[in-house]
Design a protein around this ligand. Structure first.
Ligand SMILES: Cc1cc2nc3c(=O)[nH]c(=O)nc-3n(C[C@H](O)[C@H](O)[C@H](O)COP(=O)(O)O)c2cc1C
Length: 309
């Protein structure tokens, strides 16, 4: 195909314009501030903070992160500084990062927790979008994960959306039978966008000691191992809803991002890749621009849902 000059890399999610569809995923990019010296935060679409809870959390005991042949398993246990410290200590630093876009990832063990975290964040400047992590166990419902019950997910979304002063993107768990049904439940609850996938429940055993390799026994699998499943899930979710879908799961290169866009994603997130190369998100954003240029794609947004049969 002919080259068409500099491609337009802008995408819009829930009314928020990003200069690139490549976003740093929650839990793999700290609070963004840590990466300011490593890469150009202005060259990526946005970064998403580590999940924020009402109270600070220490997370699980080690070992809580191991490498697999094609990915990573983690049971960090949602360690974070808590919403109050985030607003008081981290956000002022984030606001100094001129031209960078921050999304805040939110979770709670009850609907009321999630509502309280969002209410606290509402008071502060410097956040573009809330990403609500629905993969967290709900203590009021016997530990059932919010994101595995469509009724509960719709209620959670509705209650958080009712107080939210910013666009709400609901992050879906892939550990479900019908991802389309869950995306639809979030849309019905008033979500402005959905993001998927979070990690897959997994397990590894040390055959010499016969003990689980992760102290928590089960852990979330991420990285290249999950990419084909994630692409299928993004495709199913995008066919089920009208709101934008943000895809992720094993994006390592620009070509992986293109695959997610063709499956129906408006933007992509990059997680595990940042562990192997802390500059990965910027490299993928630049690589995607070059890919569009080389393939005569004038606007990156034209790739969304461009799968041919
Ligand atoms: C170490 C680690 C910590 C994570 N923490 C969070 C988190 O706090 N909140 C969240 O919504 N997702 C979290 N995730 C999930 C990622 O954001 C992403 O959904 C998942 O890893 C799949 O993308 P990837 O294959 O590019 O890593 C975490 C992932 C990893 C590897």
């Amino acid at each position: 195909m002919e080259k068409t000059g500099v491609p337009d890399m802008r995408v819009t999610i829930a009314g928020v314009e990003l200069q690139s569809p490549v976003i740093a995923a929650s839990g793999t990019f700290g609070y963004g501030i840590e990466f300011d010296e490593i890469l150009s935060l202005q060259k990526i679409g946005a970064f998403i903070t580590k999940g924020l809870s009402l109270e600070p959390m220490e997370g699980n005991q080690a070992p809580r992160l191991i490498e697999t042949s094609a990915g990573m398993m983690n049971a960090i246990g949602l360690q974070n500084v808590g919403v109050e410290t985030f607003v008081e200590k981290k956000l002022p630093e984030i606001r100094k990062l001129r031209g960078a876009v921050c999304f805040a990832n939110v979770f709670g063990f009850t609907i009321e927790d999630c509502v309280a975290v969002v209410e606290k964040l509402n008071e502060a400047e410097g956040i573009a979008i809330y990403e609500l992590n629905a993969s967290c166990p709900n203590t009021r419902h016997g530990g059932m994960v919010f994101g595995t019950d469509p009724g509960l997910l719709e209620e959670l979304t509705q209650r958080v959306k009712a107080v939210s002063r910013r666009p709400l993107m609901v992050k879906l768990s892939p550990n479900v039978t019908s991802i389309g049904g869950m995306a639809l439940a979030a849309e019905r609850g008033g979500a402005d966008a959905v993001s998927l996938v979070n990690t897959f429940v997994s397990m590894a055993i040390d055959i010499e000691t016969r003990k689980p390799r992760i102290k928590n026994v089960t852990a979330g699998l991420s990285g290249p191992a999950i990419k084909p499943i994630a692409v299928r899930m993004v495709w199913e979710a995008a066919r089920a809803v009208k709101i934008p879908v943000v895809g992720m799961g094993g994006v390592l290169r620009a070509e992986d991002a293109v695959e997610f866009l063709l499956a129906g994603a408006t933007a992509v997130q990059v997680g595990t890749a940042s562990y192997a190369d802390p500059r990965a998100v910027e490299k993928i954003a630049t690589g995607l621009r070059k890919w569009c240029e080389a393939h005569g794609v004038g606007k990156v947004s034209e790739l969304t849902g461009g799968l041919s049969s």
